[in-house]
Design a protein around this ligand. Structure first.
Ligand SMILES: C[S@@+](CC[C@H](N)C(=O)[O-])C[C@H]1O[C@@H](n2cnc3c(N)ncnc32)[C@H](O)[C@@H]1O
Length: 351
């Protein structure tokens, strides 16, 4: 971590100050510890401060299930897929958040001094922010150990740090950041609404929050999801990966049929609209998640299915809920994008 990060890190347990022990305040601090006023220690390992309180702490954290499921996911993450995944994610991000393209995102980041990518996973959004906003300090935070590999991979950026920390107990004071992004993350916490408000509090006046959460689906799909995930979230990692491969094969073979059907009536009660449907898409959106993308290929498609079927927490939400969260947090909506899979919102905290 860079010494400048010390200016904004606080005790996640109560917001108190931290003192550095052991690490020289060099250009980078690779190991040492941050000590809270009551003596609790937060180690710095491999250049990453570990701000997740221990099990005996009074600070509430989820029981490690999220760390396990995403830790396993990111362990499957392959260097050779990085560029393809980044390109896909960046394009989709710009579309959903109403930015058109990278220039639009660059413009949005102009003048921002502190940026947080909460639930950064392999750190792709954080590194993009660090590249586009060179004068800003950027922090990528994740509950899982994905931040160790992210820091190693992106160590060349002097304005970027990774932190292992919990969105529900963030190691930052309210109003610290002028851009906070939590993309495809908050629905994986035990309380999505609370996570939204915790992130909103970190946004300074004139700053923005950008969030994407899963959208509630058609009734049969919701039923199937609840039932299947009750089973798959309990499976050992290898078995859940095997299940994800089976589901990916099903999705791929249905997609390759390239079959279409035309429905005059549809079944609106089940979310099936009249009109022409691609059979794989129809099954996917209204009955069973079986993701397949020719563009992403086999490995990434399996990971998308694993992402869905392995986490213990994966709540789904409506547009009205998201708008209410913004209102309650005192944020003004700049852009709202609702697609079948999820809801993206970008909102400003007025001065
Ligand atoms: C689906 S991934 C999204 C990663 C990244 N934002 C992206 O768009 O590629 C969700 C990430 O959220 C992280 N996460 C889940 N709960 C979290 C929490 N309470 N605090 C911090 N990160 C969390 C997971 O570890 C995982 O890396």
């Amino acid at each position: 971590m860079h010494p400048a990060l010390l200016e904004i890190l606080v005790d996640p347990g109560g917001g108190g100050p931290l003192t550095l022990e052991g690490g020289a305040e060099d250009s980078e601090i690779i190991s040492g510890a941050l000590i809270a006023t009551d003596g609790r220690r937060f180690p710095i390992r491999a250049g990453v401060p570990r701000m997740v309180p221990g099990r005996d702490s009074s600070v509430e954290i989820d029981a490690g299930a999220t760390q396990r499921s995403f830790g396993a996911k990111w362990a499957q993450y392959r260097e050779e897929d990085t560029d393809r995944l980044a390109e896909f994610q960046y394009r989709w991000f710009d579309q959903r958040f109403g930015l058109e393209n990278e220039d639009g995102f660059s413009e949005l980041l102009t003048g921002r001094r502190r940026i947080l990518d909460a639930g950064t996973g392999p750190g792709l959004c954080a590194v993009r922010c660090a590249r586009l906003a060179r004068d800003a300090r950027v922090v990528g935070m994740d509950l899982s150990d994905s931040v160790t590999a992210a820091r190693r991979r992106h160590a060349q950026h002097g304005n970027l740090d990774y932190v292992q920390g919990d969105i529900l107990n963030p190691p930052f004071r309210p109003g610290t950041f002028d851009f906070v992004v939590a993309d495809q993350v908050l629905h994986h916490t035990p309380d999505c609404r609370r996570a939204f408000h915790t992130m909103a509090r970190l946004v300074a006046p004139d700053g923005q929050l950008a969030v994407y959460v899963y959208r509630r689906k058609a009734p049969l799909r919701e039923l199937a999801d609840d039932h299947i995930i009750d089973m798959t979230a309990q499976l050992p990692v290898d078995d859940c990966l095997e299940f994800s491969q089976q589901i990916t094969e099903l999705g791929r073979e249905l997609a390759r049929l390239d079959a279409k059907i035309k429905l005059e009536r549809g079944v609106p009660l089940l979310g099936i609209e009249p009109g022409e449907h691609d059979v794989q898409r129809l099954i996917y959106w209204t009955m069973l998640k079986c993701f397949w993308s020719e563009e992403l290929g086999w490995h990434q498609s399996v990971m998308v299915n694993y992402d869905w079927y392995s986490p213990v927490y994966r709540s789904r939400h409506t547009e009205d809920e998201v708008l209410e969260w913004c209102r309650d947090a005192g944020l003004e909506v700049d852009n709202l994008d609702v697609i079948e899979s999820g809801i993206s919102v970008r909102a400003t905290r007025p001065r």
